[in-house]
Each structure stands twice: as structure tokens, then as C-alpha cells.
Design a protein around this ligand. Structure first.
Ligand SMILES: C[S@@+](CC[C@H](N)C(=O)[O-])C[C@H]1O[C@@H](n2cnc3c(N)ncnc32)[C@H](O)[C@@H]1O
Length: 229
């Protein structure tokens, strides 16, 4: 199994429906802060279930959501059928779009699941797809010093504030025994030091800086805002 198949299948990463809807509402609100204008064209790459897509679409001119997992995309297509905004595209369909198509490209909680050649290819694609002055937001990036225990603590604190603590405790035990844990052991997650990640973006032709806070609840992780240099 690879990470895309994992996300395509039934998984229990969100500890409850409440956790999932709060998570997506929070990231949509956080991403909306980076929408440069009401008419902006926005791409959410590796969007997952995108439960906040309606709110994000309402905050910009047009939203495109894209995920590599076919089953995830099919559900999105059903949910948004008959609507132009948001649009749902596969990675191949995004790769076929013309230069400069987007004012903001976002990848949240995606890069840990990508090997380096895949990331390098996506940076080339995203650079080409950004309109002049457009920005790339890469968020929820895991630094090497952050452990699964710190991730668990961040989730428990989010859960305590937002009223799903018992479900979070049960969910963490379930995750510890789940295929996610096994796959994480086998495939690992891609992690980046802040300075190394900035250098990587520079080599890919971006001028970038770290932006705080991170998108979402986990402030042990990092967000970066980049534009074509
Ligand atoms: C942790 S989920 C993140 C979902 C959402 N962005 C969020 O922040 O909650 C990672 C998503 O990235 C997708 N994904 C993994 N590799 C991908 C790739 N190479 N291209 C596009 N999507 C990918 C997975 O299918 C999964 O839905």
C-alpha cells in the first residue's frame, strides 16, 4: 500500500465527525486569509475531503480542488455535481492547465506524503501555474524534531478546546493500532528543517518565507509562503 491508496480507502484519521468538520472548517478559514482578492483563482492541491470547500469557494473568484486519490475525487465530484465552483480535477487535469492559471496555490498537509522527486515535479508545475504575483502556500510541514507524541498532544489540546476530548483519546489509541501507524513505519513521512526547506524552494525558483501561524491546529508544524522569484 502507498499513501494515496491509504487516503483512498476507509481510514479513521479523524477521531469523530465533529473532529473532521472542525478540522476542515479551520483550514478553510486559515487558507481564506491568503486569498489575495475576491476574484482570485485558487487551487487546493491534495485537498482530501475538502469539507470547507464551500466556504473557501465563497471567499474567492473560483476554487479548484485536486486530489490524487480516485475515490476521494469521485465523492467530491458527486458532492459538487452541477456546480462550476468548486471545480474538481485530477492531478493530470491540473497538469494540463495553461500557464499562470492560479493566483493562489495551496498544499496543506500534503508534503509529508510525497517523496522528493514527486515534490520537485510539483514545484515545477506549481511555478508554471502561478499567475504573475501569485503565491504558493505550503503548510502543515513537519520538521524532523516533531514526534508523533507531540502531534498527539496538539490533537488533544484542539479536542479539549473544541469539545471532543473523549473521542480524541479513543481515536489516538485506534490510530496507534491502525494501518496508518504501520504505513508510517514502512514508508515514513517526509520531514523538512525550516532552513533546508527554504533552500529547496529557492533552488526551485521561489522566493519564500515562513509564515505563522501554521494552517490548522498543529503549531508544531510549519507554513511557508512563496512567490516566483
Ligand atoms: C492528509 S490529507 C490532507 C487533506 C487536506 N489538504 C487537509 O489539509 O486536511 C493528504 C491528501 O493528499 C492526497 N495526496 C497524496 N499524494 C498526492 C499527490 N501526489 N497529488 C495529489 N494529492 C495527493 C491524499 O490522497 C490525501 O487526500
Amino acid at each position: 500500500m502507498d499513501w494515496i491508496s491509504f487516503w483512498d480507502g476507509a481510514h479513521a484519521i479523524y477521531v469523530s465527525d465533529r473532529h473532521k468538520s472542525l478540522h476542515y472548517a479551520r483550514i478553510a478559514a486559515d487558507i481564506a486569509r491568503f486569498v489575495p482578492s475576491p476574484g482570485a483563482r485558487v487551487l487546493d492541491y491534495g485537498c482530501g475531503e475538502a469539507l470547507g470547500a464551500d466556504a473557501l469557494a465563497a471567499s474567492c473568484g473560483h476554487l479548484t480542488v485536486c486530489d490524487a486519490a480516485p475515490g476521494v475525487r469521485e465523492k467530491l465530484r458527486q458532492r459538487f455535481s452541477g456546480r462550476a465552483n468548486p471545480g474538481v480535477l485530477s492531478p493530470d487535469e491540473v497538469a494540463a492547465l495553461p500557464d499562470g492559471h492560479f493566483d493562489l496555490i495551496v498544499a496543506n498537509s500534503l508534503l509529508q506524503y510525497l517523496d522528493r522527486p514527486t515534490l520537485d515535479g510539483l514545484l515545477v508545475l506549481w511555478r508554471r501555474l502561478l499567475a504573475p504575483g501569485g503565491r504558493l502556500l505550503l503548510a502543515d510541514i513537519i520538521p524532523p524534531n516533531v514526534s508523533a507524541v507531540q502531534d498527539a498532544a496538539a490533537l488533544l489540546s484542539f479536542a479539549a478546546k473544541d469539545g471532543f476530548l473523549p473521542a480524541a483519546v479513543v481515536g489516538l489509541v485506534r490510530t496507534a493500532l491502525s494501518p496508518y501507524r504501520k504505513l508510517r513505519g514502512e514508508l515514513g513521512l517526509s520531514m523538512y528543517r525550516e532552513d533546508a526547506f527554504l533552500a529547496l524552494l529557492r533552488e526551485a525558483g521561489f522566493a519564500a518565507e515562513r509564515t505563522r501561524p501554521n494552517v490548522g491546529h498543529n503549531q508544531n508544524r510549519m507554513a511557508f509562503l512563496a512567490r516566483v522569484a
